[in-house]
Every structure is written in structure tokens, then in C-alpha cells.
Write a protein of this length. Structure first.
Length: 182
């Protein structure tokens, strides 16, 4: 199926039609079914973290107007985790925002920007979640991931799988997989 059509289907299914929706949807997806906060954290504390997280996503996404290599992308993911962990440790489970949670938000946000054509450069990675992991036989929880090395092992496995299936990029594979699943 044509790239443009796949993007439009994805946006329609998610109800995202602008950058603000993209940011909100990305954070909700990263936090859904994810043990992120310690028990008893109130709305205002969670809202403060999400607001700061949105700022970081917007700030970092400016780098992606041009090709970003794996090393820089992984540093960006870790940077988000580290900044939010330092600033919000008191409300985070284990005093840490894990790499898996951070990658889900950043990768999904970049995917939305690309689909909305607010950024013409495809993101280097796709959002990693249970759907894509299970496709390649990885039975592990992205929500518990906090290792750059394991993250890149997953990316390499997924890329090789996508290439073997005839896709040019991992993102092309994931976009079609997601559209067919939902």
C-alpha cells in the first residue's frame, strides 16, 4: 500500500490531526498499561511531568528535520529518561522513567510528525511495543526496558525482520503492521 495512504489511515484511526494531538497521544500511549508513578500521586504532579515531557519531545524533535543516526537517537531517548528522572524522581516508580517508556513516547511522536508531514524525514526507529516485539518472537515487556543495549538489540532484530519481509525501513513495516492490527 502507498506510504501516503498508510499514514492517513494511521492518523484517522488514532484521531490525530495536529501536533498538539500528537504530543498528547504519544504520552498517553507511553503511560497506558505502564507502572510509571508511585501509588497515590495526584493529578497535578502527573500533569507537571507530562507538561515537561511534552516540552522535551518538542525540543528534541527539531533535530529530526535531517537524518538522525542510531547513536544520537538512543542518546535522545536516554536524555528524556534522565531529565525526567532527575526532575520527577519523587513521583516515579523506582525513581526512574525507564528507557522503554521514553522510547515509546519519542518514537510515536516522531511517527506522528512524519505522518502529519510536519517532518519529511522518516524517524530512525518505530515505536517499540508488544505488537512489534511479538512479531519477531521477543516476549519481553517494553514497559520494563531500561537498557540502551537491549533496546538496540531489539531494533536490530526488528530491522532485519522488516528487511527480510521486503520493507525498505522498519517504520514502513511497523506502520502497515499497526494499521492492519487496529
Amino acid at each position: 500500500m502507498e506510504d501516503h495512504l498508510l499514514k492517513q489511515i494511521f492518523l484517522q484511526k488514532t484521531g490525530v490531526n495536529n501536533e498538539e494531538n500528537a504530543s498528547g497521544n504519544s504520552l498517553r500511549a507511553a503511560l497506558r498499561r505502564n507502572h510509571t508513578y508511585i501509588p497515590g500521586i495526584g493529578f497535578y504532579e502527573r500533569a507537571a511531568l507530562r507538561s515537561r515531557w511534552s516540552e522535551l519531545l518538542r525540543e528534541i524533535s527539531r533535530q529530526y528535520s535531517y537524518h538522525v543516526d542510531d547513536a544520537l537517537h538512543v542518546r535522545n531517548i536516554a536524555h528524556i529518561s534522565d531529565v525526567l528522572s532527575n526532575e520527577f524522581a519523587s513521583i516515579l516508580y523506582g525513581e526512574r522513567l525507564r528507557i522503554g517508556t521514553s522510547q515509546k513516547a519519542l518514537n510515536l511522536y516522531l511517527k506522528f510528525l512524519w505522518c502529519l508531514e510536519l517532518n519529511t524525514t522518516p524517524p530512525p526507529h518505530c515505536p517499540i511495543d508488544r505488537l512489534v516485539l511479538w512479531q519477531v518472537g521477543i516476549v519481553d515487556a517494553w514497559t520494563k526496558l531500561d537498557s540502551r543495549e537491549t533496546y538496540m538489540q531489539w531494533i536490530d532484530t526488528l530491522r532485519n525482520f522488516a528487511l527480510a519481509k521486503g520493507y525498505v525501513t522498519l517504520l514502513d513495516y511497523e506502520l502497515e503492521l499497526w494499521n492492519n492490527a487496529f
